[in-house]
Write a protein that binds this ligand. Structure first.
Ligand code: WTA
Length: 685
């Protein structure tokens, strides 16, 4: 669940922030995590332990810690054997000859093997009783309901794949998908995989400008969109955003396929735009899957980094699918009889791996909901859980905190006894929210899997296994199979118990990213150069006395706002593209609900009048440039930004000011100490 926009190049105007790869928030000398984590204090003292019930463990695939430890050890010591065995559960058109070929930072998994993702997610389930079971259950925001069985979903995917072929989409072509949360989003993704096209899904909360940047960067020649989507009763003008994005002169896009969702009038460009439903009239439902190499690109998904331009994270076929399948099997312990609901949008990686590919690979029933948790009322999610008898529920801590705020009465109106397992993802969960989730939603009987992972990792990396791992509120606990985690200082030395350090992964894993689209150097530089040969995740963490890993959060210039990733440099770049702005620096501040809020420090050009009006205008401007996901919480005007004598913005100070903390630490390198007093007084209110 994350978000970012392709940063508008900050032409001529210098985006104020000198962008460096990681802030050295983690000192070479390890610090006690409580100090560094600030508001995380309750996570420091948390030590309650929740063991899985004998009933849950008895049925689970991994039912004890000794089984987990044995398998984890084997997965690290003998990955060829471990993953070679696991991979046999996929359907290979041609078997692989080698499990792993690793030459840092290039990993090749299951070389020689050939397979097709849509065949694994659909065709192979058509032989037995799954043929007529629900693959997707969908509810629209206005309340419409649709169920697609495996057989029906297969048919729709084949038909739409033929539509793509009709429009000359071939293996390796990039296809942008900008759709609301409707079954057609999954159909379009699977149709791409059927013919070997590489999809690039863009979250509906991104602007025209963000679409434009992603289209240009990925070189997509086709966009699949809808007239609009519903969000809290309003219509999001998706097609209009696409039209605006395509005004760019150099756009590679030749065709736009439009699905009619909301029915409002939209512009149709002759010779470019076609209607989804009309196109289906020209095709049949026969479309054999194209055989792909295990390492063929599967999709690109843009995500924020510390520098201005979002990165097109590239995932490939065999390893990604295996990890998605394995985690659905071991972490969600999915069964044929489960009704599984992941609330993430398909525009984020969670929607890719845990709404579409993973659940369908294991033949589960996946529920998709188009709307917001509080529309038309605060109990919409609980209503859905009751109505469809959801058994496994996966959502974000931000949502849980919102439910807590809205009050228990909303869930008390509903029967949630169908639930057997709960999950969270996207940001650290505070123990209070964890306990509420456990007692109020899970009725004290459902294990919670707090899953740490990233767009880049493709699937869960640190997570409890629900039938084995005793959980503690606030920790993602232990690494998944094949994941070799270490927490290290700046020199790569492991830090001690309860000391904060940088989270690294020391071995390749099947679903790791294979690159950044079109930028080999950036791939190497961003992930593999901080510590030679290890993947640096950008997160800070600590390990407690039981070996459990507590994620502290990002230690680079990436914010996590309501579980959405946002680069400070992207917001800065958007701000300086406004004619009134001279310089901008953006930092996060702790936010009880969203995890982090976005605070912008702005200096304006000579003669520009500052005040509430301009602050509101700048907020709107950022929304327009990046999308609603990036809306700043606060804009503060400054006479100058605090800089070192060599001209670097001192973000550490800005973070403290934004959080309302008294300035701590060394300010002797500051060029002009008076700047600080002015900044502290610059609050919006
Ligand atoms: C954060 C989302 C703590 C983390 C799947 C990571 C988490 C970033 C957790 C990736 C968790 C994700 N506990 N923090 N369980 N899960 N994060 O790429 O900072 O949108 O680096 O992937 O979210 O965000 P992304």
């Amino acid at each position: 669940m994350s978000k970012k926009k392709a940063a508008k190049p900050a032409a001529k105007k210098s985006a104020a922030t000198p962008v460096k790869k990681t802030q050295k928030a983690v000192a070479s000398k390890p610090v006690k995590a409580a100090d560094a984590a600030g508001g995380n204090k309750s996570r420091m003292t948390e030590n309650r332990l929740f063991k899985p019930s004998a009933e849950f463990s008895g049925k689970a695939r991994i039912s004890s810690m000794s089984q987990y430890k044995k398998m984890h050890e084997e997965s690290l010591k003998n990955p060829d054997k471990f993953f070679g065995r696991e991979a046999k559960e996929l359907h290979w058109t041609k078997p692989f000859t080698k499990v792993l070929d690793w030459k840092c930072p290039s990993a090749k998994w299951f070389t020689g093997g050939k397979l097709n993702v849509s065949e694994n997610c659909l065709d192979r389930h058509l032989q037995g009783p799954r043929k007529t079971k629900a693959a997707l259950i969908w509810e629209g925001e206005p309340g419409e309901k649709r169920v697609l069985t495996y057989q029906q979903l297969h048919r729709e995917v084949c038909r739409f794949a033929n539509v793509l072929k009709r429009h000359k989409v071939k293996k390796g072509d990039r296809v942008v998908i900008y759709l609301p949360m409707i079954p057609e989003a999954a159909i379009a993704m699977l149709a791409c995989t059927r013919i070997g096209a590489i999809h690039n899904v863009i979250f509906g909360g991104f602007s025209a400008e963000s679409i434009k940047d992603r289209v240009l960067d990925s070189g997509a020649k086709i966009i699949i969109t809808a007239d609009g989507g519903y969000r809290r009763g309003a219509v999001v003008p998706l097609k209009k955003n696409v039209d605006d994005a395509l005004k760019a002169k150099d756009t590679p896009v030749e065709t736009v396929i439009v699905y009619k969702r909301t029915g409002q009038e939209v512009h149709i460009e002759e010779g470019r735009d076609v209607w989804w439903s009309r196109e289906l009239e020209y095709v049949d439902a026969h479309c054999p899957p194209v055989t792909m190499d295990s390492e063929s690109p599967l999709f690109i998904l843009y995500t924020s980094g510390s520098t201005g331009k979002p990165k097109g994270i590239l995932h490939t076929t065999g390893g990604y699918l295996l990890h998605a399948q394995m985690t659905c099997k071991y972490v969600f312990d999915l069964r044929d009889e489960d009704v599984y609901w992941c609330t993430a949008d398909v525009g984020w990686v969670t929607g890719h791996s845990y709404l579409v590919y993973g659940p369908l690979a294991v033949g589960a029933t996946s529920l998709m909901f188009e709307g917001a948790p509080n529309w038309p009322e605060n109990d919409r999610f609980w209503k859905i859980i009751e109505e469809y008898a959801v058994t496994v529920f996966y959502t974000a801590p931000t949502a849980i905190r919102a439910f807590m705020k809205w009050g228990d009465e909303w869930l008390q109106k509903h029967d949630l006894s169908s639930l057997r397992l709960l999950g969270t993802v996207g940001e650290p969960i505070n123990p209070e929210a964890w306990m509420w989730y456990h007692t109020k939603v899970g009725g004290g009987r459902c294990p919670i899997v707090d899953t740490w992972w990233q767009t880049e990792t493709g699937g869960h990396m640190i997570t409890p296994l629900p039938g084995a791992t005793p959980t503690k509120p606030g920790t993602a606990t232990l690494p998944f199979f094949g994941v070799d985690v270490a927490i290290v200082d700046d020199l790569g030395k492991e830090v001690g118990t309860d000391e904060q350090g940088k989270l690294v992964i020391r071995k390749p894993w099947p679903s790791m990213l294979r690159g950044i689209w079109g930028d080999k150097a950036r791939y190497q530089d961003t992930y593999w150069s901080e510590f030679k040969g290890w993947y640096f995740a950008g997160d800070g963490a600590r390990r407690d006395k039981d070996g459990y890993i507590w994620i502290i959060g990002r230690i680079d210039d990436v914010l996590n706002v309501a579980g959405h990733r946002l680069g400070t440099a992207e917001v800065e770049s958007a701000l300086v593209s406004h004619p009134a702005v001279a310089e901008a620096a953006v930092v996060g501040r702790p936010d009880e609900m969203k995890g982090q809020g976005v605070v912008c420090f702005v200096t304006v050009k000579e003669g520009v009048k500052t005040g509430r009006e301009l602050a509101d205008e700048l907020k709107k401007h950022v929304r327009k440039v990046i999308g609603p996901v990036a809306t700043p919480d606060e804009v503060r005007f400054a006479v100058a930004l605090p800089k070192t004598r060599s001209g670097k913005i001192m973000r550490r100070l800005l973070k403290q000011i934004a959080a309302g903390e008294i300035i701590k630490g060394d300010t002797t390198t500051l060029e002009d100490i008076n700047v600080i007093a002015q900044l502290v007084a610059s609050g919006e209110n």
